[in-house]
Ligand binder design. Structure first.
Ligand code: NOJ
Ligand code: CA
Length: 703
């Protein structure tokens, strides 16, 4: 421990000098073999392994009950946050893995490393944790073995199960995972219902934790003592996604998404489960600014050189279909024509956008919704000339973005997928948006015997499919943006070509949603969905008008979304003719970058508001965005993140004095410039449904 600790301090000092080291430091510590009574007031449990986070903020105990049930608890600064909660599995092909465990061994080790992201919210990520490993066995059942491994950070915990290679349990058919999270204190939960027909796309609810039924992860809580907790998972690979079912009181339990093929998870040992994660902090901002728990728990980049993965902004033949003025299918109102695409490419080139997305270019859209039987991924409609369009764009430095809508019909898509990517590669298309529009439980997959089965989007079979799309695309140097995806569990670290995804309600709900996205939606997203990774939200509707429905937002808030909702690919989602009407606010969309050196949330509360500052990777400029819900509020923007002594020009886009989320008030925007330094704090008023965006252009360096 002594050695590991002095290394951590060294690494921190080096990091502060701006030089980043990499390489894990690990050291095994004598196992805690002593099986003693817990001192935490839960005498019926025996602690068989314990460890603290590096700065001793969080503490984890792993325990056995008298019956040999495995459990764990989490304390923060000595106070229980997660009370003793059970661990284990129900199997379909063997007795349960829960009772009759005996302690085998445990070990604690310390780790501290810093690694680089090819693109992201920041350039460097520190991975600093203590690991606690506990091995148990079941003498009653042929001495079957299992281990549980905890990684304890100062602001969160991840743990996973390990199934070692062993004769008594080779094939593992998991019927149910018994992992529990028993929240110690009464809490408020921000959550979206799980396992229902509209997949991940439900409006968030804010209720007492005691009123949660079954929630998607991530679910975020604030306890009555002011502790923030977000439950999720990391590195979801070849396993089913979990939902959080409230058992009773404040006790939550994982429920694995069902499988169309049998048990929700079928694996051969040895294997590990995904990490079960809890971010635990004492402020909402700390939850957002945290230790990159989810990314850190994923495997490093497996793709090698990923310089072909480019962050960019894009426009697309898209909003026109959501407004129902254009159609995806060919016909008199067809959006994806050669002529329209070239016009969009001209617009992209004029405004500095790298990409043009085109949906509805391929055959099969006549009766697609939830069906997708006729989709071809290689044949264009006759009025869309792929070769001509791609060449036209490339001459202007504009790249066509491909589109593979599948309607969840994976059985129709998978056999065509490689050809579809190869076709795009031939025409130098280096990103593809995929889509799975089908009700939950309706994805159509082929079983091992060749028969057609209907699957949940978060089932093991679909988790495998989503990974296959990304690895297959990588062979063709194509980046993937998945819509109606599996939840994000940080696999962008392992596969940096998985650049973005949807996975909650995006802007499209403001075109046709019933209901539309409520004004608090983005302030909910930031502390839930956005904790998991980039979202292709498709912001920037400056016209603020859906299909007969005004959008309850101000123009300034539309600009703020480019900063507060992170994605390395961001759409300027409105129609070019609408941007022509609003050239002044549009300037911010042209200026804002998509790849960041640093990110810091300055202030925020779940579902209420958030102010986020990010530093451009390619310049010394900073950008700030803030959004609010239906309440007006004054936000403080302390500029202490700027370089001391240097002056910056702040280009401010804020809600005007009469701004609001209805009628003409939505268009009341003030655009002004000020000279500022790190010593200043800006105070900016956000209107109901409003927001603000600031571009801070660096002046000459201080002497
Ligand atoms: C749903 C996606 O979220 C949306 O962006 C797309 O336009 C449609 N599916 C059609 O693929
Ligand atoms: Ca969608």
């Amino acid at each position: 421990m002594k050695f590991a600790r002095s290394v951590s301090v060294m690494t921190l000092a080096v990091a502060m000098m701006g030089v980043f080291s990499s390489g894990a430091m690990a050291q095994d510590v004598a196992p805690a073999v002593d099986v003693s009574q817990s001192t935490q007031g839960v005498a019926k449990y025996q602690t068989v392994g314990s460890a603290d986070s590096p700065d001793k903020v969080l503490h984890v105990d792993v325990m056995l009950t008298g019956d040999g049930n495995l459990a764990y608890q989490v304390l923060r600064n000595g106070q229980p946050v997660i009370e003793p909660s059970r661990l284990g599995f129900i199997l379909a092909n063997a007795p349960k893995l829960d009772r009759y465990f005996v302690f085998d061994k445990s070990a604690v080790s310390s780790h501290d490393e810093t690694w680089d992201l090819p693109w992201g919210e920041r350039s460097h990520v520190r991975n600093h944790y203590n690991e606690l490993r506990v091995d148990v066995a079941q003498p009653t059942w042929d001495n079957r073995k299992m281990a549980v491994v905890f990684r304890i950070y100062d602001d969160g915990v991840g743990f996973r199960y390990e199934f070692p290679d062993q004769a008594p349990l080779e094939k593992v058919e998991i019927m149910d995972e018994l992992t529990e999270f028993a929240v110690a204190d009464p809490a408020t939960a921000w959550w979206a219902v799980a396992g229902e027909w509209n997949r991940e796309e439900y409006v968030y609810k804010e209720t007492p934790l005691k009123e949660v039924s079954e929630a998607q992860s991530p679910m975020t809580l604030k306890t009555d003592k002011g502790i923030y907790i977000s439950f999720h998972e990391a590195a979801l690979v070849d396993y089913a996604g979990y939902w959080l079912r409230r058992v009773d009181g404040q006790r939550l339990k994982t429920r694995l998404a069902p499988s169309a093929l049998g048990a929700p998870v079928v694996r051969e040992a040895p294997f590990t489960t995904p990490w079960r994660t809890m971010q635990i902090t004492d402020s909402a901002a700390a939850l957002y600014n945290g230790s990159d728990l989810i990314l850190n728990l994923n495997e490093p980049n497996k793709l090698g050189d990923v310089s072909w993965v480019k962050p960019y902004k894009y426009v697309g033949i898209w909003w026109g279909m959501h407004l129902n003025t254009w159609t995806w299918e060919a016909g008199p109102r067809h959006g994806a024509t050669t002529e329209h695409t070239k016009a969009y490419m001209d617009f992209a080139a004029q405004n500095g956008f790298r990409g043009v997305l085109v949906e509805g270019w391929n055959k099969g859209w006549e009766d697609w919704f939830g069906k997708g039987f006729n989709f071809s991924f290689t044949q264009s409609y006759p009025d869309f000339d792929l070769a001509d369009i791609s060449a036209y764009g490339l001459k202007k430095g504009v790249h066509l973005i491909g589109h593979h809508e599948t309607s969840g019909n994976v059985a129709n898509y998978e056999p065509q997928m490689a050809d579809g990517f190869a076709l795009y590669e031939k025409y130098k298309v280096d990103s593809v948006k995929t889509g799975y529009v089908v009700d939950a439980g309706g994805a159509r997959v082929k079983g091992p015997d060749g028969s057609i089965r209907y699957a949940w989007n978060d089932s093991q079979e679909m988790v495998r499919h989503f990974e296959l799309t990304v690895t297959e695309a990588a062979k063709h140097h194509i980046a993937i943006d998945t819509h109606e995806p599996i939840k994000d569990t940080g696999l962008r670290r392992t596969y940096p070509n998985w650049v973005s995804r949807e996975g909650q309600r995006g802007m499209e709900y403001n075109a046709w949603g019933d209901p539309q996205n409520p004004p608090e939606h983005e302030a909910n997203l930031i502390f839930t969905r956005m904790l998991t990774g980039p979202m292709d939200f498709t912001p920037g509707i400056l016209s603020l008008q859906g299909q007969g429905k005004p959008i309850p937002s101000t123009q300034a808030k539309q600009l703020a979304l480019y900063v507060v909702l992170y994605s390395p690919i961001q759409m300027a989602a409105d129609l070019p003719e609408n941007y022509a009407k609003y050239p002044k606010p549009f300037q911010f969309i042209k200026d804002v970058p998509v790849d960041w050196e640093q990110t810091v949330m300055l202030n925020g509360e779940i579902g209420d508001f958030a102010t986020i500052a990010r530093k451009d990777k390619a310049s010394d400029n900073w950008y700030v965005g803030a959004v609010t819900d239906e309440q007006a509020r004054d936000v403080a923007v302390p500029l202490g993140f700027l370089e001391p002594g240097r002056s910056y020009t702040a280009q401010i886009y804020r809600d005007g004095p009469n701004a609001g989320m209805e009628g003409d008030a939505r268009f009341d925007i003030v655009i002004e410039s000020k000279t500022v330094t790190a010593a200043d704090t800006l105070k900016i008023r956000l209107a109901p449904g409003g927001g603000m965006a600031i571009r801070l252009v660096a002046g000459k360096k201080a002497k």
